[in-house]
Design a protein. Structure first.
Lengths: 123, 599
C-alpha cells in the first residue's frame, strides 16, 4: 500500500536508474576502450566516472566509449566534450584522476590542465 | 545500487515480436554473458517506436543509436563492437543517421520522428511496460495523486471539458461532456469501461498503447471512476492481442500491489478496481452497446438508444465507455493543464491523433501528429512518400466505416470536421495510402466484404442490405455489371445508413458512397466498358501477345500453368482468353517483352 510520498521516492530512485536514456546532456565523457585502452586500465577509469557521477547525482552528463584514438602509449585516454563541442583530452588516466576530473572539470568547470595531452607533451 | 552504463531498448510490440525480437533479446543476454558485461548493460523490452517498416528496432543508450531491421545474427556484432568497444555498427543504423558522427542528434533530424508529437504514445519506446516503477519515474500516477488530493470530481470533469478532448475511437464525441452525463446519472452503482477491441483492419494504435504503456490507461480509468462516481472498471480487450492482454495483466497486478487499484487508494478513501474482459473475435463488439452486452455474457448485439450508456449501460447501470487512446491522453491533460492540450491542434479538434499508416507508403507504421497536419505532410514528410515513384491516388481513413480522400484534397488538414465534410471520417486512426495501381471499386468491395462478414444479423437493413450491396459490387468487379447497378448501390447505401440499428450498419455503406463520389468514372468503366482502369480486377484483365514482337520462342507456353497458349516456330503465339487464369506468368517470363496486360 503506497502513499504519495512512497511514489515520489520510487520516482526519484527509478529516474536515476533510467538516466542513461536521458538525451538532455550538457557534457559527454568519452573513454577510449580499444584493446590498448582496456589493456592500460580504461575499464576501472570508466567505472570510476560512472560511480562518481552517480554519487554526486549528476544526470546531464553522458559516459560513452570509443575506439583507438591513435596515441596508444598515452592510454587510458578520456575526452570531455561540452555542449558547444569544445573538447579536452585527458591522458594516462587513473580512477583517482577520474574522480578529480568530475569534481574540478564537470562540476566546477575548471579544466585539470596537468592531466591533459598538452601537459604530457611538454614533459 | 547496480549501475548500468548502457541500456538497450528492444521493441516488444506485436509487429517486431513477429519478426523475432524475442530471439534478439535472448541473443543479447547470451552475448553479454560471453563478454562478461552482463552486469554493465541492461536489456529492456519496450513498446512501439512507430517506424514499423524498419523493425525490429533496437535503441542503444547512452549514444541514442537506433538500429533497424535487426536480425538475431546481428546481435553478436552489436555486443562485440558497440557495447564492448564503443564502435557503433554503422551498417545497421537507421539510413538517415548512418553518416553522422552524433547519432542522437541526427536522429532528431529524421522527418519521420521530428514531425510527430507523441502525447498518447509518450512512453512507448521509452520505458519497460512491464515495470510500474518506470511508468512512475516518468510522472506516472502523479495525475491520479493530484486528482484524488487536490480536485473535486466536478473540477476533473471541467478540466477534461476545457481541454477539448474528443473521443479517439472514431465518434469524436466531446469526452468531458460524456463524463459529465455519466456523473449526473443517479444510481448506486456505476461502471467505467475501456474499449480495447480495436476491430478496424490495419489499425493498431490502441494495441501499441496497451503493449507499450498499459498503466496510462489504468491511471486514466481510476481518474474517470473518481470523476463519475464509479468503483469498478472493465477493459474489454480483443483476444487477438495476446501480448496486450499479458501486459495488461501484469500492469493490473502491479498496480494492485502498490495499492493504486483496490481499496483506499493512496490513503484517500477512494476505491476502484479493474478487471479484464476478453473479446472473442467479433468486430461488432467494438460498438459500445454490443460491447456491454458481451461483457454481460450475451452474444454481442447492439441495443437501441436511447437510453444511452451514460444512463443505462452495463447491467442497466450508468456506464462510461471511452477508447484506449482517449484514456491515454487523460493523465497528461491533468498534469500539463487543459490549456496546454487545447493549444495543440485546431479550433474544433484539439490535441494529437495516432494513425496507423499502411498501404502504398514507405514508412509504414505508427505516427502521432497534431490535429490539423495536412495529408501531404503525413504522406511525404513523415511517410517518406509512395514507393516505386508511383502517383498518390487516395487515402482511406476510418477503416470499414470511413471513406477516401482523393489526391486533389491532399492539402486537407486532418481533423474531425474536415474529414466528415469530405465524405470520410477520422475513425479510430487507420490510414491506408493508395496509389495509381489501386482499383477503387475493389477497395470498396474489400471493406464491404468485411462488414458483411461481421454483421451481427440483428437488424434487416444491415443483415440483408449490406449483402445485397456486396453482391452488386461482386457483379461489377467480375465484369458482369449492368446499367442501373450503380444507382441501385446508391439507393441501398442511403437507405441502410438511415435505418440500421448501430454504427456498423450505419457506416458500412460509407466506403462505397465515398468512392462513388470521387471515382464514379471508375465504376462506370467497370459497368459500361467492362474495363478496370487500374488493372486490378482479374476478370477484366486481358493478357495479350503482340504478334509483331513475338519471336515464337515458346517460353510463355511452357510456363503457362493452364497450357492456354498456342503457337509454333514462325507462327506468333496466342493466348486463349477463355482458359486464361490471368496469373501473369507468361508476361513475366517473356524475354522479348512481347506480352501486355490490358492492351
Amino acid at each position: 500500500m503506497k502513499s504519495i510520498a512512497d511514489l515520489e521516492k520510487i520516482r526519484e530512485k527509478t529516474l536515476e536508474q533510467m538516466n542513461v536514456r536521458n538525451q538532455d546532456v550538457r557534457m559527454r565523457i568519452v573513454v577510449g576502450m580499444a584493446t590498448c585502452g582496456i589493456a592500460a586500465g580504461a575499464r576501472p577509469v570508466m567505472n570510476a566516472f560512472l560511480e562518481e557521477l552517480n554519487r554526486r547525482n549528476i544526470h546531464d552528463v553522458k559516459v560513452t566509449m570509443t575506439g583507438c584514438i591513435g596515441t596508444c602509449k598515452l592510454e587510458p585516454i578520456v575526452e570531455v566534450i561540452d555542449d558547444k563541442g569544445e573538447k579536452v583530452t585527458y591522458v594516462k588516466m587513473t580512477p583517482e584522476k577520474a574522480v578529480r576530473v568530475v569534481t574540478e572539470h564537470i562540476v566546477n568547470g575548471r579544466i585539470c590542465l596537468e592531466y591533459t595531452v598538452g601537459a604530457e607533451e611538454n614533459k | 545500487m547496480q549501475i548500468y552504463r548502457s541500456h538497450v531498448l528492444v521493441c516488444g510490440g506485436t509487429g517486431c515480436t513477429s519478426s523475432n525480437s524475442e530471439k534478439i533479446i535472448e541473443e543479447f543476454h547470451v552475448h553479454l554473458k560471453n563478454n562478461n558485461i552482463d552486469n554493465e548493460v541492461m536489456i529492456i523490452r519496450t513498446g512501439c517506436f512507430g517506424l514499423c517498416a524498419q523493425g525490429p528496432i533496437v535503441v542503444v543508450y547512452p549514444e541514442g543509436a537506433m538500429y533497424t531491421m535487426v536480425k538475431p545474427e546481428d546481435v553478436k556484432e552489436i555486443v562485440e563492437e558497440h557495447l564492448v568497444k564503443g564502435r557503433i555498427v554503422r551498417r545497421l543504423l537507421l539510413g538517415e543517421t548512418r553518416e553522422h558522427e552524433d547519432v542522437a542528434k541526427s536522429l532528431e533530424k529524421v522527418g519521420f520522428f521530428n514531425r510527430q508529437m507523441r502525447v498518447a504514445l509518450r512512453n512507448c519506446g521509452r520505458i519497460n511496460p512491464e515495470n510500474i516503477d518506470e511508468y512512475i519515474a516518468y510522472d506516472g500516477y502523479k495525475a491520479l495523486a493530484k486528482v484524488l488530493t487536490e480536485m473535486t470530481p466536478q473540477e476533473v470533469i471541467e478540466t477534461i471539458k476545457k481541454s477539448g478532448l474528443r473521443g479517439r475511437g472514431g465518434g469524436g464525441f466531446p469526452t468531458g461532456l460524456k463524463w459529465e452525463f455519466a456523473a449526473k446519472s443517479q444510481d448506486d452503482v456505476k461502471y467505467v469501461c475501456c474499449n480495447a477491441d480495436e476491430g478496424d483492419p490495419g489499425a493498431f494504435m490502441d494495441r501499441s498503447i496497451l503493449e507499450g504503456d498499459p498503466h496510462t490507461v489504468i491511471e486514466a480509468m481510476i481518474i474517470a471512476g473518481y470523476a463519475i462516481g464509479a468503483s469498478q472498471g472493465y477493459i474489454y480487450v480483443r483476444a487477438e492481442y495476446p501480448i496486450a492482454v499479458h501486459r495488461l495483466d501484469i500492469a493490473i497486478k502491479q498496480a494492485r500491489e502498490y495499492g493504486l487499484l483496490g481499496n483506499n487508494i493512496l490513503g484517500t478513501g477512494f476505491s476502484f478496481d479493474i478487471d479484464l474482459r476478453l473479446g472473442a473475435g467479433a468486430f461488432v463488439c467494438g460498438e459500445e452497446t454490443a460491447l456491454m452486452t458481451s461483457i454481460e455474457g450475451h452474444r454481442g448485439e447492439p441495443r437501441p438508444r436511447p437510453p444511452f450508456p451514460a444512463v443505462k449501460g452495463l447491467w442497466q447501470k450508468p456506464t462510461l465507455l471511452n477508447n484506449v487512446e482517449t484514456y491515454a491522453n487523460i493523465p497528461v491533460i491533468i498534469l500539463n493543464g487543459p490549456e496546454w492540450f487545447a493549444s495543440i491542434g485546431t479550433e474544433k479538434s484539439k490535441g494529437t491523433k495516432v494513425f496507423a499508416v499502411g498501404g502504398k507508403i514507405n514508412n509504414t507504421g505508427l505516427v502521432e501528429i497534431p490535429m490539423g497536419t495536412t495529408l501531404r505532410e503525413v504522406i511525404y514528410d513523415i511517410g517518406g512518400g509512395i514507393p516505386n515513384g508511383k502517383k498518390f491516388k487516395a487515402a482511406q481513413t476510418g477503416g470499414p466505416s470511413g471513406g477516401c480522400i482523393p489526391a486533389s484534397y491532399i492539402d486537407t488538414p486532418i481533423e474531425y470536421d474536415t474529414l466528415t465534410q469530405l465524405g470520410s471520417m477520422m475513425g479510430s486512426g487507420g490510414l491506408i495510402i493508395m496509389d495509381e495501381d489501386t482499383c477503387m471499386v475493389d477497395i470498396a468491395k474489400f471493406f464491404l466484404e468485411f462488414t458483411v462478414d461481421e454483421s451481427c444479423g440483428k437488424c434487416p437493413p444491415c443483415r440483408i442490405g449490406t449483402k445485397r450491396m456486396l453482391e452488386i459490387l461482386e457483379k461489377i468487379t467480375e465484369g458482369k455489371g449492368e446499367e442501373g447497378d450503380i444507382e441501385k448501390l446508391e439507393t441501398l447505401a442511403n437507405n441502410i445508413k438511415a435505418s440500421a440499428l448501430c454504427g456498423l450498419g450505419q457506416t458500412a455503406p460509407n466506403p462505397v458512397l465515398s468512392t462513388l463520389r470521387y471515382f464514379r468514372e471508375e465504376y462506370e468503366a467497370h459497368v459500361r466498358e467492362k474495363r478496370c482502369p487500374a488493372g486490378v480486377c482479374k476478370s477484366m484483365m486481358r493478357y495479350e501477345i503482340n504478334a509483331q514482337l513475338c519471336k515464337c520462342c515458346g517460353i510463355c507456353a511452357r510456363n503457362c500453368p493452364v497450357k492456354c497458349i498456342s503457337g509454333q516456330r514462325g507462327v506468333p503465339y496466342v493466348i486463349d482468353q477463355e482458359k486464361c487464369v490471368k496469373c501473369g506468368a507468361c508476361m513475366e517470363k517473356c524475354p522479348f517483352k512481347a506480352i501486355f496486360k490490358n492492351a
